[in-house]
Design a protein around this ligand. Structure first.
Ligand code: NI
Length: 295
């Protein structure tokens, strides 16, 4: 009985060993084919760097009441980030900007400035600009002049208390501000109203690649780009967005630097009778243009 069964047991054992061997091989195979972490080397390279830009931020007193873009024909652009500071997203964005030597403009909400003054100090210490985005983020068209003034004053004072710097421009929440309101704010505070001409609608959270492509595809020389550091997905979309803009040859400046630029001080003066064709920058030019210092 035992002698008869032993060979069968051996066969069963060797079959089992063979099975285990096979499944171990399959496991190895799966490991090598399912490596989803792989990225092509080009996407993992160091991020690009904005050049050092020595442009004056002193825009003239008669610069104009409202702006949705700069007047420059050179490839200078201003990134603007609204509704912060946010305790996590803003510092993360600041790291991304610092890595690329990019200076941006932050339209901060006064209430949040009071909650996170250390972040406002970091924004200014790293060379960015701060703008007034009101205290409560309400639609200013629905408020009395006295209430608008309260919003402006309280936010300005919180910014000065946090970082010692006065805001120089304002952005109305939702872009909503009547012409008459813009005029008296400009007269009384010296704040031009800053709108935008590139809006990725990032606050609707359309997906990272959509935010990136809307910004990279629609930005032109002199553009003011709207984005929100309040929202995590917006900040997540910034590395690809900023690198995409740098790759197209755009140079990042603050809103005040963009306002201080004007076509007559930055464009090549036209020669009376040019002997050779004069280079004139075209929108979205990929040719790097050397930095011009405004007087
Ligand atoms: Ni806002």
């Amino acid at each position: 009985m035992i002698n008869y069964r032993q060979p069968l047991l051996l066969i069963a054992l060797s079959a089992l060993v063979a099975l285990v061997g096979c499944s171990a091989k399959d496991k190895d195979k799966k490991k090598t084919t399912s490596n989803s972490d792989y990225r092509t080397p080009s996407l993992r390279g160091p991020s690009m760097r904005n050049p050092d830009i020595a442009l004056s931020a002193n825009f003239p007193g008669n610069v104009g009441v409202s702006h949705s873009r700069g007047r420059t024909t050179m490839p200078y652009i201003a990134m603007t980030y609204d509704d912060g500071p946010h305790p996590q997203n803003t510092p993360r964005l600041l790291d991304m900007l610092r890595e690329r030597n990019i200076k941006a403009t932050f339209y901060v909400i006064g209430r949040s400035v009071n909650m996170y003054p250390h972040i406002v100090r970091r924004i200014v210490a790293e060379g960015h600009e701060i703008g007034n985005h009101t205290w409560t983020h309400r639609k200013l068209t629905a408020l009395s002049d006295a209430s608008v003034r309260w919003e402006m004053d309280k936010t300005r004072d919180a910014i000065i208390a946090a970082c010692g710097v006065k805001p120089r421009t304002m952005r109305p929440p939702y872009g909503a501000l009547r012409q008459s309101q813009r005029a008296w704010i400009y007269k009384d505070y010296g704040y031009p109203t800053i709108l935008w001409n590139v809006d990725p609608e990032d606050w609707k959270r359309p997906g990272l690649s959509v935010v990136t492509s809307r910004i990279v595809n629609n930005t032109r020389n002199g553009s003011i780009v709207l984005a929100h550091d309040l929202h995590k997905p917006t900040v997540d979309a910034m590395p690809a967005t900023l690198d995409g803009l740098l790759r197209k040859g755009f140079k990042f400046v603050t809103v005040s630097q963009l306002l201080a630029l004007n076509p007559s001080t930055t464009a090549t003066p036209p020669a009376a009778k040019p002997a050779v064709p004069v280079f004139t920058p075209v929108p979205n030019s990929v040719t790097p243009v050397s930095t011009v210092v405004a007087p």
